[in-house]
Design a binder for this molecule. Structure first.
Ligand code: AMP
Length: 436
């Protein structure tokens, strides 16, 4: 509603403490420049400081607000509420009918005499940290955030388009002893990609991101031309995640006119998406092999979102004796369960609302299997009914396959991969789940 987000701590140690806290919350809510988003539970704590009477225990909580007020105006409103509830001297008197402090205001770092944000002692106070984590578990202290930004900004991020130049740079880094983590993508980065980059950042000295919409994995009539591309935006995400090198070749850099070599991973490529996108995995395996020849990676990171792709790459690495370790990381989802994908941006608002139906059908399948259903056919039928009942999606396939061979199983036993591909109009979405 308002563009600024702030967290306010509320405390009271004079009876009726709860009433003071509720009243202060009410007054915040009544302010037309403030929208109260959330309040934590109320915690009872011992007072800090030697002058306090131990019997005068505090009740404390944290509220999340959105506001149009700047930090100083917000502070004045809080002081106004404190005064209106009978608080007189905020400096010397240690009994507090009500105590309101700004803990955080966006990610701002403010120090202008009357206002200091983040609250300078918030990190020392359990009675602030615990309720704050309750209302906003992902909060990172702005001073730490700034430090992270400084660390990453101090690194120079290189962008290579030429395969030879990228190889020369990375090979010299490698022989100087650096461990290289590699995340291959087609760009238009989202949280799913970011999760791979973050893991790579944690585990390696150098992180390489490739952004390449690979023509050989699209067949005629697919979305190669309209696949979303935005290098500027991707570079911003990459910088934030601490990427050292972006490799962003053109199609003609990667494929010379008379190129004629392809990598086929037989067996694993035949079922699931391979059935419906002939040649797709040949294109994927070929481009990943090529990328790994340019980027001497120690570890390459893939998403479970594209499980079949990840298994095929793993097999290729083994079969071709390639010296890179493959790690497959969990699918990152939107809050409503939809697997993140660059293609989600094609969805209309109505389609977007219905799109989690794929994931929900997978959950239904898992529940059926957990309850003892072993007949794949029965599970698949229920999933199809569920999708049709709850959306206008057109199912391309729902299959239950052995996790290692990717061949259909009639009876569920051991680890199986349940996979779905479905269309909203021209937009094709996929999702999957491994069930043991
Ligand atoms: P793409 O750019 O779609 O080719 O994806 C690049 C890499 O990111 C692949 O290894 C994908 O499996 C992975 N990826 C894509 N979406 C997700 C997601 N929602 N969660 C985790 N990984 C993902």
């Amino acid at each position: 509603m308002f563009k600024n987000k702030a967290y306010i701590s509320i405390g009271s140690n004079i009876p009726p403490r709860r009433k003071f806290i509720d009243e202060a919350t009410k007054r915040l809510r009544r302010d037309s420049n403030i929208a109260l988003i959330k309040r934590s539970s109320i915690y009872e704590t011992c007072p800090n400081g030697s002058n306090f009477d131990i019997r005068k225990r505090f009740l404390n909580g944290v509220v999340e607000i959105e506001t149009s007020l700047g930090p100083s105006d917000l502070m004045s409103r809080l002081l106004g509420i404190e005064r209106s509830l009978g608080r007189t001297d905020s400096k010397r008197c240690l009994d507090r009918a009500i105590d309101l402090d700004i803990l955080l205001y966006n990610d701002d770092i403010v120090s202008n005499g009357d206002v200091v944000i983040p609250h300078p002692r918030m990190h020392e106070r359990d009675f602030v940290i615990l309720p704050l984590m309750e209302v906003s578990p992902d909060t990172v202290h702005p001073v730490i955030k700034k430090r992270i930004r400084d660390i990453y900004n101090a690194r120079e991020m290189k962008v290579f388009t030429s395969p030879q130049a990228a190889y020369n740079h990375l090979f010299s880094e490698k022989i100087s002893g650096k461990r290289i983590g590699f995340v291959p993508t087609m760009g238009y980065l989202h949280e799913g990609h970011a999760s791979l980059l973050r893991r790579a950042r944690r585990e390696n000295d150098l992180v390489v991101l490739s952004i390449f919409v690979n023509p050989t994995q699209f067949s005629a009539g697919e979305d190669y031309k309209r696949y979303p591309r935005d290098l500027k935006r991707d570079a911003r995400v990459a910088r934030k995640e601490g990427v050292d090198v972006i490799f962003h070749p053109s199609a003609s850099d990667m494929y010379k006119k008379d190129n004629s070599t392809r990598v086929d991973v037989e067996g694993l490529s035949e079922n699931l998406c391979g059935r419906y996108r002939p040649g797709h995995f040949r294109g994927v395996a070929t481009v990943v092999a090529k990328l790994l020849n340019v980027i001497p990676a120690d570890v390459a990171y893939f998403g479970q979102k594209d499980a079949q792709q990840a298994f095929i790459i793993k097999r290729m690495i083994r079969d071709l004796n390639m010296a890179v370790k493959i790690k497959i990381l969990p699918t990152v989802r939107e809050k409503d369960g939809l697997a993140m994908s660059s293609r989600n941006r094609y969805l209309s608002a109505a389609e977007r609302r219905e799109a989690p139906v794929g994931y929900r059908s997978l959950i239904l399948a898992r529940k059926m299997i957990e309850k003892g259903e072993k007949r794949s056919e029965k599970v698949i039928r229920s999933m199809k009914d569920f999708v049709h009942r709850n959306s206008n999606a057109k199912i391309q396939y729902i299959l239950i396959v052995d996790k290692d061979t990717l061949k259909d199983v009639k009876t569920v036993k051991g680890a199986v991969l349940i996979a779905i591909a479905f269309y909203f109009g021209g937009t094709r979405l996929i999702d999957n789940m491994i069930v043991n």
